[in-house]
Design a binder for this molecule. Structure first.
Ligand SMILES: [Zn+2]
Ligand SMILES: [Zn+2]
Ligand SMILES: [Zn+2]
Ligand SMILES: [Zn+2]
Length: 202
């Protein structure tokens, strides 16, 4: 958004708090909207990987080690140019995880937009909190205490932290938190992962 869709002012503030979307906020009338960022995530670390479809056919792609994203799937890279830079195989589970996280964020932004108010929205407040050092420190302690193992399935490596209760949110003791894997986390919040979705649909 170069100028405000509502009042045409060019006084737009771009907010980069979210991982996969930019928020455009008009300083004149307060109208705001969001758009996916151009890259996979804010902090891309991309490597060249092989995407094997079957034994005869494969494609060369770019996958991000940071978010798992492999975007522009419709345009595989040329094997002439990139063939000697291949560093591994496409990790499908982390790619799915990236899209799960992307759509979760989109849902949150959609809900914020429904509430309309940006900076006073409880969603926004929660996101700001997740980027604070206080939260990062708690997260680290929870992972250490739970030895990086998901406390639900007791098998997978934990990649996320889950609130057992939101009663003390913003001031929660680490007893309110558990280390959890992505798949169990989605189940706890009543959302099947894309993987399971596909299974259910055949
Ligand atoms: Zn405006
Ligand atoms: Zn990325
Ligand atoms: Zn788990
Ligand atoms: Zn949770």
């Amino acid at each position: 958004m170069k100028e405000c869709n509502k009042c045409k002012s060019k006084n737009i503030n771009i907010n980069s708090l979210f991982k996969f979307h930019d928020i455009y906020n008009c300083q004149n009338c307060n109208y705001w909207t969001y758009k996916p960022i151009d890259d996979c995530c804010r902090d891309p670390v991309k490597i060249i990987v092989i995407d094997r479809k079957d034994h005869q056919l494969y494609f060369i792609r770019e996958q991000c080690l940071h978010c798992g994203g492999c975007i522009n799937k419709s345009k595989p890279l040329s094997s002439k140019k990139f063939g000697d830079q291949i560093r591994g195989e496409l990790c499908e589970s982390s790619e799915k995880e990236r899209w799960d996280n992307y759509y979760d964020e989109k849902d949150i932004l959609f809900n914020m937009k429904k509430e309309y108010r940006l900076y006073n929205s409880p969603w926004y407040k929660y996101y700001v909190y997740l980027s604070t050092d206080t939260w990062k420190q708690k997260r680290k302690l929870v992972f250490e205490r739970d030895k990086n193992i998901c406390q639900i399935c007791k098998q997978e490596t934990s990649t996320e932290v889950h609130h057992l209760t939101y009663q003390n949110i913003y001031n929660e003791p680490i007893e309110d938190l558990i280390a959890i894997c992505h798949k169990c986390h989605r189940q706890e919040h009543g959302k099947p992962s894309i993987e399971e979705n596909n299974k259910e649909n055949g």
